[in-house]
Design a protein around this ligand. Structure first.
Ligand code: IPE
Ligand code: IPE
Ligand code: MG
Length: 254
């Protein structure tokens, strides 16, 4: 957690703002947003994609270090085929349109999920964006695409079992740290666990997102549908976070 100190008033009273380093957003409500306007769900997804750029730039400007965006879950394959096809096309459009602007703003693209199971063109668009932004040192824009928290935990378990069978580690070596190192978020090192998880659209559930990593995350639910979610809404969520008392099971010494 970074602590920013700002001068509040002329009489030099200090206001402490605690900024989350890792913010994760469950971008929900594209379908309802479109339906309200009597348009197809696909129209909502397009607007949702455009909003990703707005919120990524806002998070970068606010000094957030990692922004993980839930773009497609392992369960979303169960939607109608034309919607799935469109959702698989969206990353291609997003990166074609916005990579130059991401580079200009020093934003680095990364991802978590079963990337190899994406259609080839989608996979390639994502990998190209990662390659094109790999030297950037600003915000890490981490896309959860074809991501599922349960699959992630099962895959980590398989990998650890194989390491034991191959004699690389002993059962006694398995602890939380080793488990964490076998999760998809291991590339984020000490920033793997989101400080704040925001979900838009009024739903209050985790929907298989970052199950391990959310153990001590703060949650913030916004009634706004994702395409309507603004930089000001993000600032509001960060302000709410700043007032939370994170105790991690301990007690606050007074
Ligand atoms: C979120 O919006 C985007 C994805 C899950 C891909 P939804 O498509 O879930 O929108 P609602 O929840 O149906 O309104
Ligand atoms: C979660 O939203 C997944 C993403 C935002 C990508 P869903 O719309 O799929 O979740 P449920 O079905 O309402 O739980
Ligand atoms: Mg939804």
């Amino acid at each position: 957690m970074a602590i920013l100190k700002m001068t509040k008033t002329k009489n030099e009273k200090k206001l402490e703002v605690i900024l989350p380093e890792h913010v994760a957003i469950i971008m929900d409500g594209n379908g309802r947003w479109a339906k309200r306007q009597h348009k197809s769900r696909i129209f909502g997804h397009k607007a949702g994609m455009q909003n990703v750029e707005t919120i990524a730039l806002a998070a970068n400007n606010l000094g957030v270090k990692v922004l993980t965006l839930f773009a497609f879950s392992t369960e979303n394959w169960g939607r109608p085929q034309d919607e799935v096809n469109y959702l698989m096309k969206l990353p291609i459009d997003f990166f074609n349109t916005f990579v130059p602007e991401l580079i200009e703003n020093n934003i680095k693209v990364e991802g978590i999920g079963e990337i190899d199971d994406l259609p080839e063109k989608t996979r390639q668009a994502f990998l190209n964006a990662v390659e094109d932004t790999k030297d950037n040192t600003g915000l890490i824009l981490n896309f959860a695409i074809n991501y599922g928290g349960r699959t992630e935990i099962v895959d980590a378990t398989k990998s650890i079992v194989n390491q034991v069978l191959q004699g690389k580690i002993k059962t006694e070596d398995i602890d939380e740290k080793l488990f964490q190192n076998n999760l998809l978020t291991n590339t984020l090192a000490e920033k793997a666990n989101p400080d704040l998880i925001i979900r838009t659209s009024g739903e209050q559930r985790i929907s298989n997102f970052l199950l391990w990593q959310s153990a001590y995350s703060e949650f913030y639910f916004s009634p706004k549908l994702w395409p309507d979610y603004t930089a000001e809404d993000l600032e509001e969520a960060l302000a709410a976070y700043s007032n939370r008392d994170r105790r991690f099971g301990k007690i606050r010494e007074s």
